[in-house]
Design a protein around this ligand. Structure first.
Ligand SMILES: [Zn+2]
Length: 451
């Protein structure tokens, strides 16, 4: 179990440096520099902070184990400069992708690399309590795996490559073999849990809406329930938004570095991510930032009517693109599914003038060529935009979910365009309100008690 006062900590409670906006800028540059590292003068130049401020911040980051020296580098004329690097193992985020029939969990390190992952069956149609149990178990297993990895490597915290959380179904037992102290020590550096599921949902309140085919989720306070059970900050977002955020953060680093894109049309540009799996939806990145809409209801792509008086959709309407597309998939006619998807994609490009259309989701992953070609043809007929398969494969959504937690640590809460983040009069909180104030009632039962 998590010892009271040690386990349920707000994100970065043990890492105060994570609460400063300027520290986030420095961390982002350290992350971008990778293993080569970056010197303090370079950090000052790139952030616009004074050398004294940079020294203070880097000292704090080193004290907290977030940054380390990465050797010395000759500098032009002067004495060699010490370079600093991010310590990826200093913090982790859990990402959970709740699909209608399976749950994918990933553990990302601070650098955004996946260190462990697992997919297990899930019935999103079961009652909420049963689903919450399964989700809590997957999150605790993800954190427990981290503990095993730390112990195995003599406490260095480094993990070689991704691995599973252990065998599916038996993992609760294996997780239980770790001592309670060990588990608490591991989860202490888990900054939070990002949860992605089919929309619609209210991201700001962390409450799902009328998920097609799963009415029991409408209005259920999923984020707060999970935060209570896990004792960790939880962020809830649509699967499509999580994927789009993950994709936006994969943009070439040079286009995301502060200063580089000042005055340009925005780092990351504009793209639409179309997700075809057990449902159909879209994630939108406009001007380099994830676009959720005024009521976090943007991207409800699947329920646009493309055939008046068409077949009945599970949402109650007729002729929705999701209904037509899924029906074609069910018939095994993927060419037709791609053609239908292409019509919707062309509508979207016509409406928003995005630069790119990225395709993902389980159905697309199973026949990438068919979908890229079919959607590409529909786009070419009406727009100048191409269709591409989204990078990231089947873990894209889960990794994007973890990025909902990690991105704010680096000042990229909403994949904020660098030119906005640079502006002196705009201060972005390192942690959005819903991350900074998770719910910890006094009568909280430890999550580990329940598994
Ligand atoms: Zn519909």
């Amino acid at each position: 179990m998590f010892p009271r006062g040690a386990g349920p900590s707000p994100a970065g409670a043990g890492l105060p440096a994570l609460r400063s906006h300027n520290a986030a800028l420095v961390l982002d540059l350290l992350r971008a520099a990778g293993g080569d590292g970056i010197s303090r003068p370079e950090l000052a130049e790139r952030t616009g902070l004074t050398p004294q401020a940079v020294s203070k911040i880097t000292a704090r980051l080193r004290d907290e184990g977030l940054a380390a020296e990465a050797g010395r580098r000759p500098s032009t004329g002067g004495k060699p400069r010490t370079v600093l690097r991010l310590v990826p193992s200093a913090g982790h985020a859990i990402g959970l992708h709740l699909d209608r029939d399976e749950l994918t969990a990933v553990l990302l390190d601070l650098a955004g690399e996946t260190v462990a992952y697992e997919t297990r069956p899930l019935d999103l149609g079961a009652d909420a309590e049963a689903v919450v149990e399964a989700v809590v178990e997957a999150a605790v297993d993800a954190a427990a795996d981290r503990v095993r990895a730390v112990s195995d490597s003599g406490g260095s915290g480094d993990v070689d490559g991704p691995g599973g959380f252990g065998s599916s179904g038996g993992s609760a037992g294996s997780g239980g073999s770790a001592g309670s102290g060990e588990r608490a020590a591991g989860i202490g550096r888990v900054l939070g849990v990002g949860v992605a599921m089919p929309g619609p949902l209210d991201h700001a309140r962390g409450v799902p809406g009328r998920v097609t085919g799963f009415p029991q989720w409408d209005g259920y306070p999923l984020r707060d329930v999970l935060a209570r059970r896990l004792g960790l900050p939880v962020v809830l977002d649509k699967d499509t938004n999580a994927a789009a955020l993950g994709l936006a953060l994969r943009e070439p680093r040079e286009s995301r570095e502060p200063g580089r894109s000042r005055g340009s049309s925005g780092a990351g540009g504009a793209f639409a991510y179309l997700h075809l799996g057990t449902g159909l939806g879209a994630g939108l990145v406009l001007g380099g930032a994830l676009y959720r809409g005024a009521r976090t209801a943007a991207g409800e792509f699947g329920h646009q009517v493309v055939q008046l008086d068409g077949p009945v959709c599970e949402c109650g309407d007729r002729g929705c693109i999701e209904a037509l597309c899924l029906a074609a998939v069910a018939r095994g006619d993927l060419t037709e599914a791609a053609r239908v998807l292409g019509v919707g994609a062309a509508n979207l490009v016509g409406l928003l003038d995005v630069d790119r259309v990225l395709l993902g989701g389980r159905v697309v992953a199973g026949a990438e060529e068919v979908f890229v070609r079919g959607v590409g043809e529909a786009l070419a007929a009406r727009t100048g935009v191409a269709a591409e398969a989204a990078a990231g494969g089947v873990r894209l959504v889960a990794e994007g979910a973890a990025q909902l937690v990690l991105a704010p640590v680096f000042g990229r809460a909403e994949a904020v365009p660098a030119r906005l983040a640079d502006s002196a009069d705009l201060v972005f909180p390192v942690f959005p309100a819903d991350l900074a104030s998770p719910v910890f009632p006094a009568d909280l039962a430890s999550p580990a008690d329940k598994v």
